[in-house]
Ligand binder design. Structure first.
Ligand code: SF4
Ligand code: SF4
Length: 150
């Protein structure tokens, strides 16, 4: 009884001690940001000139993150970042290549309504991390331990 109680205290301490000598898995966000991979998708960006308002993106979206809205008597997609799972289907199935996933992962907002991107907001390309943030590069990719950096 006493031994198992002591072991329950020492086991996590031992585990923590072992990890002191391993790579870090986390970064001090928001002061540091992790460099995204080449294949990172991000959120959709709309090219108004190419969009024909067909609505395929809204139909194909598995999370119903896209709805078609009227802008000056034409239909355009409106995007809800709160529903998107960043699968990329909308961009992949757009016949006119009017939607492209163009990075940006700092999409959080204090107000849920700010997660809605009407067409005029959806055309804006996400900005890169501010220069004051240090971008941390990936150091090692291991199948057993995952992504590590430092
Ligand atoms: S973005 Fe593409 S799929 Fe969506 S309405 Fe416009 S043309 Fe159609
Ligand atoms: S990336 Fe996927 S979930 Fe997000 S809007 Fe496009 S189809 Fe919907």
């Amino acid at each position: 009884m006493v031994f198992s109680w002591i072991a329950s205290i020492l086991r996590p301490l031992g585990m923590a001690f072992r990890h002191i000598f391993k790579y870090r898995f986390t970064v001090k966000y928001p002061y540091y940001v992790l460099e995204t991979s080449e294949r990172y998708r991000g959120r959709p960006v709309l090219d108004l000139a190419k969009c024909v308002g067909c609505g395929v993106c809204a139909i194909i979206c598995p999370n119903k993150a896209i709805t078609m809205v009227n802008v000056e008597n034409r239909k355009y997609p409106q995007f809800d970042a709160g529903r998107c799972c960043f699968c990329g289907f909308c961009a992949y199935f757009c016949l006119k290549s009017a939607l492209k996933l163009k990075g940006g992962y700092e999409l959080s907002e204090y107000n849920r309504s700010n997660l809605i991107y009407p067409p005029e907001k959806l055309v804006k390309v996400p900005s890169p991390p501010p220069e004051r943030k240090k971008v941390v590069k990936l150091k090692k990719l291991s199948l057993s331990t995952g992504v590590t950096h430092g």
